[in-house]
Each structure stands twice: as structure tokens, then as C-alpha cells.
Ligand binder design. Structure first.
Ligand code: SF4
Ligand code: SF4
Length: 358
């Protein structure tokens, strides 16, 4: 569905898109870098309003939100294309559009109704980058807020300040996915992103707007696996977002990589270093439980069995979200959910049959 875009500036020749930090200048009849924003008669149009390539009921944990309404279900969806070109993208069929991806059309009201009908507590804008389907995410988030559903933005963080300013009032939590520890050379070479500074600024701006933030960093072997860089990003999170900001270190596993044990051991050591640095909640693929940063008591256990798509989340917390052993308050936003979850199967899916791991 085509629709007039928000946040663009008419120029003497063409228009400038002000949604993401690329700020593409788009001549008449052409599209921007993401391929889904088009200059038609010097008006910028989005081609993907409500054109969903994937919808799924997920656990909030799969959005890399461990401290936001843990154990809840979130109605997750994405469109096609992206403003990055990450060579390791697990959703490359969607983000590159190199293969035909069937889409289903939905209105924001249908998303909200479906989420409620299926017992979800919230909605997540995810799978590909929500900035490029900004108008649809914005309208849906506004409606979700009215319907008491929470909203989660899973983003690469390349939004402009104007875009953050516009959508922030309707977003409750954001997962900001760093790649290669935020190293500028890695972003240029592997993701085709010219400048990393806007990502750091976006994270700070979302934090300043009191949106719950969790940071993830995907570590790609041989390209973005420098300990020094990971430590540097951890230090930045500590200094700029605070010691209670959850940090998730993810090892990118090539689908053909069989022996990943050495990577696991390595990541665990690194996480310990980051905890010693002062970050209180550092997670990785092997350490997904929340332990008390003061006494080490296990407080939230997250189990994901092999071939299961849903987490089982169990709690050892007081009603005030504190450690029962030493009383340390754990920063949890919202409610701790447990028990029966909304169904995890694809809801009238678009015929796109991937099993999404994240
Ligand atoms: S969203 Fe970003 S990549 Fe797409 S047209 Fe706008 S500035 Fe360019
Ligand atoms: S930003 Fe995310 S969706 Fe976009 S190409 Fe990179 S990994 Fe894929």
C-alpha cells in the first residue's frame, strides 16, 4: 500500500528523506537506499504501508527484552527491505528482497485487534528495520497505546532525531541491535553503513525519553569479534546508558558452523569481564538467566528447550521485584508473566514459513 511519507524535506531538485541517518536525496521517479521510499511528483511515498511479510506471536524474550514484562507475549511483525545491508542478516530474504516474499496487507486496527484476540500483552516492530516502515509503526503504536498494549521497537538505531522525537511518545521499550561492537570499519565493510555516530546518539535519545532500553551486540567471527571492541561498547553502555542497562552479547553462528563451543567459552569469559567492569546484567546465548548482581541468587530462569519456540520463564523474586535473599531491587518494567501463553503459531501468516529464532 502506498502512502505519503512523513519526515521529508522538499529540495529544489528532489526530496530528502529525514527518517534515517542516511538522509537520502531522492530525485523525481527514484527510490532511496532502502528501495521502499519513492519520489513521485516531488512527494515522498512509502511503498510498504501495512504490507507485512511476517507476523508471529513471540515471547518478549525473543525481542531481546529480558527486563520488560518478562514472560509476556508480543505480536511481532515486519515488512520487507532495510536501510542496512548486513552480510550476516538472518532475515536476508526480507531485508534484501532478493527473493520473492509474499506479503499480506493489514491496517493498524487489524494488528491491534489480532494481538488482543490472541492474548498478547504487546506489539513488536521487528524482523526488518522499523524505521523504513515508520508510518505504519507509528499509526499502530498510537492505536496500541489506546488499547493498553505495550509497544517494542527492535531497531538498528539508525533513526534521525526527528524520527525518535515523533515516535517516542508511543514506544515503551526498544531493543537496539549493535553489530560488530559499533566499530565504524565493520559497519562500513559488512553493513554498508557510512557513519556509526547516529546509532549511539539514537540510543542516548531513547534513554533520555525514559524508554526502557536493552542493547544487543552481534559478534561476527573473524570480522567483528575483537575483545577490545566489545569491551569498548560495554564501557560506552555503562557510561552513557547506566550500569542497569541489560547488554546481550550474541555470537553469530553461520548455519554451517558446527563446532561453536570455543565461541561459547570465549563469550562467557568476556561477559564476566563486562560484569567486573560494572554492568549488572550481561547476557549471552548460554547465560540467559537473571542473577542478583549483589549476592548471585538466581532470580529469573528462562528455559528454551531444543526445537521449542517458546520460553518457560520462572521467577524467584519478591512482589516488589527484589531478590528474596538480599533485598536488591531488580529493574523490571511492567509485570512478570508466567503460565499459559498466547499461542505461538503463525496467525494467518503470509505464507512465509521460516522459523524465526529472534
Ligand atoms: S529511510 Fe533511510 S534509506 Fe530509506 S529513503 Fe529514507 S533516508 Fe534513505
Ligand atoms: S539491520 Fe537487521 S534487518 Fe537490516 S540488514 Fe542488518 S541484520 Fe538485517
Amino acid at each position: 500500500m502506498s502512502r505519503v511519507a512523513v519526515l521529508y524535506t522538499p529540495l529544489s531538485s528532489g526530496v530528502r528523506c529525514d527518517l534515517c541517518a542516511r538522509r537520502c536525496i531522492i530525485p523525481e521517479g527514484k527510490v532511496g537506499f532502502c528501495n521502499v521510499r519513492r519520489n513521485v511528483n516531488d512527494r515522498l511515498l512509502t511503498d510498504i504501508y501495512g504490507a507485512l511479510s511476517i507476523r508471529y506471536i513471540d515471547d518478549i524474550e525473543k525481542k531481546l527484552q529480558y527486563h520488560f514484562n518478562p514472560g509476556s507475549s508480543t505480536y511481532s511483525f515486519g515488512t520487507t527491505s532495510c536501510n542496512f545491508r548486513c552480510k550476516f542478516c538472518i532475515n536476508w530474504e526480507l531485508s534484501t528482497e532478493k527473493e520473492f516474499v509474499p506479503v499480506v496487507k493489514m491496517w493498524p486496527s487489524e494488528i491491534v485487534e489480532t494481538a488482543i484476540k490472541n492474548g498478547c500483552q504487546g506489539i513488536s516492530f521487528t524482523y526488518n528495520e522499523p524505521t523504513i516502515f515508520f508510518e505504519f509503526a507509528y499509526d499502530t503504536a498510537k492505536l496500541a497505546r489506546k488499547s493498553n498494549l505495550n509497544t517494542v521497537l527492535v531497531t538498528n538505531g539508525y533513526m534521525t532525531p526527528e524520527a525518535v522525537e515523533m515516535i517516542a511518545p508511543y514506544i515503551d521499550a526498544a531493543s537496539i541491535d549493535f553489530k560488530g561492537s559499533g566499530n565504524s570499519h565493520f559497519y562500513r565493510k559488512i553493513c554498508e553503513v557510512p557513519n556509526v555516530q547516529p546509532i549511539f546518539e539514537c540510543a542516548q535519545m531513547l534513554r533520555d525519553k525514559r524508554i526502557h532500553i536493552e542493547i544487543s551486540n552481534i559478534v561476527v567471527l573473524e570480522h567483528g569479534d575483537s575483545d577490545q571492541e566489545q569491551y569498548k561498547l560495554g564501557k560506552w553502555v555503562l557510561d552513557n546508558l547506566g550500569p542497569e542497562t541489560p547488554l546481550h552479547l550474541l555470537s553469530f553462528m553461520d548455519r554451517c558452523l558446527i563446532d561453536h563451543e570455543p565461541v561459547g567459552r570465549h563469550v562467557i569469559e568476556l561477559c564476566n569481564d563486562l560484569r567486573n567492569l560494572g554492568l549488572k546484567y550481561v547476557y549471552n546465548d548460554f547465560e540467559t538467566n537473571t542473577n542478583c548482581p549483589e549476592c548471585g541468587e538466581q532470580l529469573i530462569r528462562r528455559d528454551l528447550k531444543m526445537f521449542d519456540t517458546r520460553y518457560t520463564v520462572t521467577y524467584n523474586l519478591t512482589s516488589e521485584h527484589a531478590c528474596p535473599k538480599c533485598g536488591t531491587k531488580i529493574p523490571i518494567v511492567g509485570t512478570c508473566y508466567s503460565g499459559r501463553k498466547a499461542s505461538g503459531f503463525r496467525v494467518g501468516g503470509a505464507g512465509y514459513l521460516w522459523d524465526y529464532p529472534g
